[in-house]
Ligand binder design. Structure first.
Ligand code: NAP
Length: 335
């Protein structure tokens, strides 16, 4: 059996295990949360964000489902309210400072803050084998800066608790620094025929060794490094030179945006690590897999239920001391 087939088989087995795990209810002593626990979900009006809202509400958490289009969010929340869930909607555009400020004021006034933040809102304009960078600026701004905006705005509102507040960034394996470059599922080196693929050194997603090392080492990760990297990518897009810039070859802008999200997750975990007991904030990111949502043109290979699972599992982990890590299918994976 081919290596890729074995990997596919392992993943399918893991997804089956997870669907079983999801049927096991949390015991009373594991439930650190209650109806007073407040979770904010960005981009909750559809797709994975909608499903994360549903699964958190089903566990008894109060969910603030946010949506940039208020009327769409209200409709989504209504579905849950009719089902008896504590889900309430508020308008939120993660790129609009006035919208974020208004949301913060409302959240503080009505709920006194939050316990869980799910940074789910994102955009992607690539589908199938397309690799357009036409919307690179919007992709980087929404996925990276939108996530950063929300983290910065929500940290001061995170409620102190023994269990610790939690931030889950919905990311992607496409943003892995150490991933090997894959074109149409085949590992290839540029300039080599695919037939030679086993006899050549496999290329890295990020070709620049120095950049790869800086992103790999927590000691060299800084906010400036991340910001400068995404700006330099956007500058190359503007100059028309990005194709020789050594960036990931598939879903390039989206991959760079998620690399930035992953790296920012690690940096924030480090920066938040010295908070005193009772005021801890744990931050992790995860990849939902390739999910059947509008983002993939519903061409993904897993359901939204399975795609939302690891976010909810991370947000509710009973003894969460884990922070600054990357997960998929309820397991830690490498950056
Ligand atoms: N689907 C996959 O296979 C896959 C794989 C890996 C990672 N992910 C990640 O999973 C998350 C959810 O994706 P999805 O598949 O559920 O996509 P989706 O159905 O396209 O949903 C994206 C959500 O983000 C919202 N959004 C976009 N820009 C926003 C902004 N400026 N402010 C507030 N909300 C904004 C959208 O709102 P509107 O409805 O107003 O557009 C929508 O609610 C994303 O972070 C994505 O990168 C998805």
């Amino acid at each position: 059996m081919e290596k890729s087939e074995r990997a596919k088989e392992r993943k399918e087995k893991r997804l089956q295990e997870i669907s079983l795990l999801r049927t096991i209810p949390y015991s009373d002593h594991q439930r650190w949360w209650s109806a007073e626990t407040v979770a904010v979900v960005t981009g909750g009006n559809r797709g994975i964000g909608f499903e994360i809202s549903k699964q958190l509400a089903a566990q008894g958490v109060t969910v603030i489902l946010t949506s940039r289009d208020h009327s769409v969010g209200l409709e989504a929340a209504k579905v849950f309210q009719e089902g008896g869930f504590n889900v309430f909607c508020h308008q939120l555009d993660v790129l609009d400072t006035a919208s974020i400020t208004e949301f913060c004021d409302w959240l503080k006034q009505n709920y006194g803050g939050l316990d869980i933040l799910i940074n789910n809102a994102a955009v992607n304009f690539n589908q199938g084998f397309d690799n357009t960078v036409e919307y690179a600026s919007q992709v980087i701004t929404t996925n990276y800066y939108g996530t950063k905006n929300m983290i910065q705005a929500m940290i001061p509102l995170m409620k102190p608790s023994a269990a610790g507040a939690r931030i889950v960034n919905v990311s992607s394996r496409l943003g892995r620094i150490n991933g090997k470059r894959s074109v149409r599922g085949i590992i290839v080196r540029p300039g080599y025929a695919a037939g030679l693929r086993n006899s050549v050194e496999k290329p890295w997603k990020i070709e620049d060794v120095c950049l790869r090392e800086k992103f790999s080492n927590l000691d060299t990760i800084t906010e400036e490094l991340i910001d400068q990297t995404v700006s330099s990518f956007l500058q190359q897009v503007q100059d028309g030179t990005w194709e020789s810039g050594g960036w990931p070859k598939t879903f390039t802008d989206y991959s760079v945006s998620k690399l930035a999200v992953n790296t920012y997750t690690r940096l924030m975990a480090k920066m938040l690590s010295d908070r005193p007991e009772g005021q801890k904030i744990y931050i992790n990111c995860y990849c939902p897999g390739w999910v059947k949502t509008a983002m993939t043109g519903y061409a993904g290979n897993i359901s939204v239920e399975a795609g939302a699972d690891t976010a909810v599992w991370l947000a509710l982990l009973p003894d969460l001391a884990v922070t600054g890590k990357f997960f998929a299918e309820r397991r830690e994976i490498s950056f």
